[in-house]
Structure formats: C-alpha cells, structure tokens
Design a protein around this ligand. Structure first.
Ligand code: NAI
Length: 249
C-alpha cells in the first residue's frame, strides 16, 4: 500500500517493534517518514535484517534491548535514547504476551507476568516519555489493547484484565495530558495473524473467522493503518478513544 509522508520530522517509539504487529507499525511509520526507536527482548544481532529493511526508507532507526516491564531498565535506557533523538512525538505501547489458562488453575506467575508486560510496561514507558512530550506540548500515545479487554474471553482473565486496564489508563491519561496537547488512544484489534495467534488451534482461528463480518482474519498491516492515523495529525482531535480493528466481530 502507498503510504503518504505524514510523519516526516517525527520520532516514534514502538515497543516490540521488530515483530508481528509492532513490526508492521514500524514499517508504516518508516514509510511515512518517521525516525524510530524500537525495543526488543531478543538479541540485537538477531534483528539486523529488520533494521536494514526499516532503514532503507531513509529514516534513523535505533534498537534497544529492553524488558519494558522493568521500570528501572526503562528509566535507564528510554530517556537517554529520546535525548539522542532530540525528543519524541509518538509512543506505541505494543509489547505484549499471553499466558492463557482457566482462572481456577492460573498460576500467580502467569497472572503477574501478563500484567507486568501488558499493563505495567505502559506505566513505565509513559513516565519515561511524558517529560519530553510535555515540554513540546504535543505527542501521541497509542496503546495496543485488544477486543478481549472490552468483551472478556474465557481462558484469558489475566490478558483481558491487563488490556482493559490499558483502556482505563489511556482514557485517564487522555484527560490528564490533553490540556498539554498530548493525545492518548487505544487500538483494540481482533484476531490478527502473528506469532502470538499462530500457536492457537486451527479450529479456534476458523471459529473467529466465522464471527467476523469481513470473513477474514486481520493482518498486522490492518492494525498498522490505524496506528498511522492515530500517530499523525490526521487524528488531531481524537483523544481518549478506543478504535476497534476487528473486521466487525
Ligand atoms: P508477537 O508475540 O508477535 O509480538 C509481541 C512483541 O512484544 C514481540 O516483539 C516481543 O519481543 C515483545 N515483547 C514481549 N515481551 C516483552 C517485554 N517484556 N519487553 C519488551 N518487549 C516484549 O505478538 P503480536 O500479535 O504482534 O502482538 C502485539 C500486540 O498486539 C500485543 O500487545 C498483543 O497483546 C496485541 N494484540 C494482538 C492480537 C493478535 O491477534 N495477534 C489481538 C489483539 C491485541
């Protein structure tokens, strides 16, 4: 798809930006002219190909090896990277994990890990970037929630709680920081084909597909299009919203 240069001169952070939905968002932003600070939990050397591809669009791309659920790590690395970029305009909290299981048998570890990576990480990154956005009196924060944060889903109490928490946090932040020109919105994707969903049984994917009006599962690029809109000035008056990307379930 042809992407217009609507992020020229902007710098964006995308957590988990080298894989799946995060990678598609990074690519859309790079094509739109943005500079990128990406995070991964993998070895940086394993990401060379993705980085070369993203850099081929002409912008600056830096990769941080960072566990976004660790406040100390985030506070130590993110502000330094942002300072080196001369500020930041867009933050996408995309990193996420699932540890599915029924509540009756869910381990405390599976609860805590999902809440840490899918919810607390946003607290960590937002606190790291807000001083920069606040000084500029502008910014767009995009939190990747999920449709299950709105509807719930059997077997995903931990994940749904984290994703619903992200929505509550975003709506509150939108009110707190709106007066400073900082917008915060969520995207609530449905079933998107990535490594995260590849491990689910084939029958489950088929059942989801049958429930989608468009009769297809989503792609990372479908979500990236919404993120691009929210990151750019095209959405200048959109704040505190949750935009679904489900094909109409
Ligand atoms: P994925 O598993 O392909 O990618 C997840 C990314 O998060 C990876 O880049 C991984 O390195 C990163 N990550 C995981 N733990 C991390 C940590 N502690 N610190 C830093 N990065 C970490 O999954 P996918 O599908 O691309 O998911 C991206 C986001 O979209 C997640 O927040 C997910 O919950 C959300 N989502 C996905 C849906 C789907 O159907 N695939 C549906 C709704 C929401």
């Amino acid at each position: 798809m042809e992407i217009p240069q609507i992020l020229t001169g902007k710098a964006a952070i995308v957590t988990g930006g080298v894989r799946g939905i995060g990678r598609a968002i990074s690519e859309a932003f790079a094509k739109a002219g943005a500079d990128l600070i990406l995070t991964t939990t993998r070895d940086k050397s394993a990401c060379g190909e993705v980085l070369d591809h993203l850099r081929s669009f002409g912008g600056r791309v830096e990769l941080l090896k960072l566990n976004v659920s660790d406040k100390t790590e985030v506070a130590a690395q993110l502000p330094e990277a942002v300072t080196a970029f001369g500020g930041v305009d867009i933050l996408v909290n995309n990193a996420g994990i699932t540890r599915d299981g029924l509540m009756l048998r869910m381990s405390e570890q599976d609860w805590d890990e999902v809440l840490a990576v899918d919810l607390k990480s946003a607290f960590n990154t937002v606190q790291a970037v807000l001083p920069f956005m606040s000084r500029k009196r502008s910014g767009s924060i995009i939190n990747i929630s999920s449709v299950v944060g709105l509807t719930g889903n059997a077997g995903q109490c931990n994940y749904a709680a984290a994703k619903a928490g992200l929505i509550g946090m975003s709506k509150s932040l939108a009110r707190e920081m709106g007066p400073r020109g900082i917008r915060t919105n969520c995207i609530a994707p449905g079933f998107i084909c990535t490594d995260m969903t590849a491990k689910l049984p084939e029958q489950m994917a088929q059942d989801w597909k049958n429930r989608v009006a468009l009769r297809r599962l989503g792609t990372p690029e479908d979500v990236a299009g919404v993120a691009l809109f929210l990151a750019s000035d095209l959405s200048a008056y959109v704040n505190g919203e949750v935009i679904g990307c489900t094909g109409c379930m």
